[in-house]
Design a binder for this molecule. Structure first.
Ligand code: 2RA
Length: 339
């Protein structure tokens, strides 16, 4: 029979998108618990014509829960993910807390479904499954089908990341700043220390001793884990841009064997969860607005890398909705694989 669900962090941007995706995809459930911090407990919300009261997340929240979707930050996942798993729940965690842990599958259903094939609902045994970082999901949705045809030796990624990746408050601040700047007023800078409207800046994640920020190293490490390829060379530069909810990524690829652009385009046209927007004549290529609130990742600017010999290199440009496929949709698709 249908599983009992829990949504942890239900009042956040991704938590709300979990509910939208569950409903859009008619995900079957026997019951659903809306969980959030003490601050949000008591709030009422309507889901599929039923009214729910948000409950405070506690160690007792997971009794009888079969699948728990988490998106409440790494510290909440670290504290309550194992508690839920020990209660027998299968946890799908959108935070970075467990992504690189051995034994925790890091899954994009269209890319590496086998990584979680050993996890079964109803076995009574709980489990942790990690949702990859949004920029990793969006990138690998397009690159993996190419990698499966001709092994990628090196990938260079430049990201243009939306406000939504920093949460609903960042989206609100981007809008507020835009209005303020247009009125000639000093922009309110609470979420980011600098002006965001009409500006862009290096991603706000902490910078590590090697000069990369955590967001860039997620792309490097998660790609190697998802592809189960510890040798693939990946480098990344992640930038925050004044766009609401969809990331854009420029990707340069070096292959072990030749892969020409026409073949690449045909592969991508057939790739699950991918749409090709690549019309040079009218200069029509993926944009964040075009993919916002949609499931598919869009790819274009597919061209041979002229800096490499023959057909050993390709450049492509990818856009994907950060809240949807970059987080909530991917997590719900993982949950669907448990049914
Ligand atoms: C960002 N990837 O866009 C992060 C969100 N998880 O900032």
């Amino acid at each position: 029979d249908a599983p009992s669900l829990a949504v942890v962090g239900v009042t956040g941007a991704v938590g709300q998108e979990f509910l939208s995706v569950l409903s859009d995809r008619s995900f079957p459930y026997r019951s659903i618990k809306m969980l959030a911090s003490k601050r949000s407990a008591g709030k009422k919300l309507t889901f599929e014509d039923n009214e729910y009261v948000v409950e405070e997340l506690t160690a007792d929240s997971f009794n009888g829960v079969n699948i728990a979707l988490f998106s409440a930050g790494g510290s909440i996942s670290k504290e309550f993910g194992p508690i839920a798993a020990n209660c027998g729940s299968v946890v799908v965690d959108n935070s970075s807390a467990f992504r690189m842990d051995d034994g925790v599958p890091l899954v994009i259903p269209e890319v590496n479904p086998d990584a979680m094939s050993h996890i079964k609902l109803g076995s009574g045994k709980g489990a942790l499954i990690a949702n990859p970082n949004c920029s990793t999901i969006i990138c690998l949705m397009a690159v993996t089908p190419l990698h499966q045809r001709s092994k990628v030796l090196r990938m260079v990624v430049s990201t243009y990341q939306a406000a939504s990746g920093a949460g609903a408050a960042a989206m609100e601040e981007l809008e507020l700043q835009t209005r303020e700047v247009l009125k000639g007023k000093k922009p309110t800078c609470k979420i980011f220390k600098q002006q965001y409207a009409f500006n862009l800046f290096s991603h706000n994640a902490p910078v590590l001793s090697n000069g990369y920020n955590e967001e860039e190293m997620k792309l490097v490490k998660e790609t190697r884990k998802i592809w189960n390829d510890k040798d693939v060379k990946v480098t990344a530069t992640c930038i925050r841009v004044p766009v609401m909810r969809a990331h854009a990524e420029s990707v340069n690829l070096q292959f072990a064997n030749p892969l020409d652009e026409d073949e690449a385009r045909e592969i991508l046209k057939k790739a699950p969860g991918v749409v090709v927007i690549d019309d040079r004549v009218v200069n029509n290529f993926p944009t964040p607005l075009e993919v916002s609130n949609k499931d598919d990742v869009a790819v274009g600017r597919i061209r041979r890398d002229v800096s490499q010999d023959g057909n050993y290199g390709l450049d492509i440009f990818i856009c994907g909705d950060q809240i949807r496929k970059g987080a909530a949709l991917n997590a719900v698709q993982i949950a669907e694989m448990l049914l």
